[in-house]
Write a protein that binds this ligand. Sequence first.
Ligand SMILES: [Zn+2]
Length: 394
Amino acid sequence: MAIVRMTRVTKCVLQYHGRKEELAPVFDYFKSCANEAIRIGVEKSLTSRYKLHCHLYHKLRSDSNFHNKYVFGALECAASKLKLYKRTIRKKPSAKIPYISRNHLILNNESYKIEGDTIRIPTEAGKYLFIKLTRYVLETIRDAKLGNLVLTDDKLIISYSLTVTEQKVSRFIGMDRNLDNVTTCDTQGRCNVHDLSEASRIINTYDRVKSRFRSNDARIKKKIFQKYGKLQKNRVHNILHCTSKKIVFQNSGIIMEDLKGIRKLYRKGNGQGKKYRRKMNSWSFYELQRQVEYKARWLGLPVEYVRAEGTSSKCAVCGSRLVPEEHRKMFCPTCKSIVDRDVNAAHNILLRGTRVVPDGVACEAVMTEPGRKEPVICRVDAAKSGVGIYLPIT
Ligand SMILES: [Zn+2]
């Protein structure tokens, strides 16, 4: 009997609201509650979310200073800050105790209510604030299960989730992320290069603009830089959204390399130039991964991660070390062929994530053992022969 895997997937929808003055006391109230939770959390060294809820939920709820509907959200907020704090003090013991100063409010799905086309948000005991939802938001969340609500100075964000059945796919895509492009290679041997050089150009331009800024006033500098940061983010994310949509809509399982910890390679003191480090550290590889993953999961497509070491330096056919050539080309001394660096890497990722089950004649002998003249069949390159079936490694 086939196992049907069900997963719960979450997305968010946002709308802008024009309420400012009415919300100021609400935000202050929420911040004081969250900061109190952080204070007690640090004092009693409660860092995990579970412990924080166990120790403080009933205590803060019974405290008349705090609105009981805000306690859950405040603890969630405090837990995330404390988690970050725990990680920071390991490296820097003199780090400041976190403090929440940003205006926002988190409510769980039991604390707010949607009645018709308006959302009811509790402000004080027995008092509510009503915000009209747009048609788009109502349409989006109609059949979904509602999650937390986040309210900021100008935005209202509702998270919603669905249970999806994981699709049985016969095709997989290996995805290699680079600074200027994303290369995909699928199990039928088709390769696609999605250009991302426009994103790099935008980041460079904003960097140049910011570097020419001359003012000694830190407050003005902060404001202006925030503005440019927002513009840059919007423009880059738009390009990434277009690319991730194209990748996901091929309706195949997705295999990506696990790039966790890559920033460690470009730290100060690693012997690299400032400009190079800046370029590599502004590479938004994670944002693309996040977008591809949530979009794929929403459609019930499987997403797998493989180890990243050696994907671009080893030959996808024979596994020997490649020699770099000009224009992102690589030469394989064993196969005596020149391959494209990105296509080879995408192919390697695909092979790592899939287990090749040869279903026909082994048509490609792919490895020569040292000391033997005859090549030995070690692996069958089914993507090239077209006779293999790809199965994901589980
Ligand atoms: Zn080779």
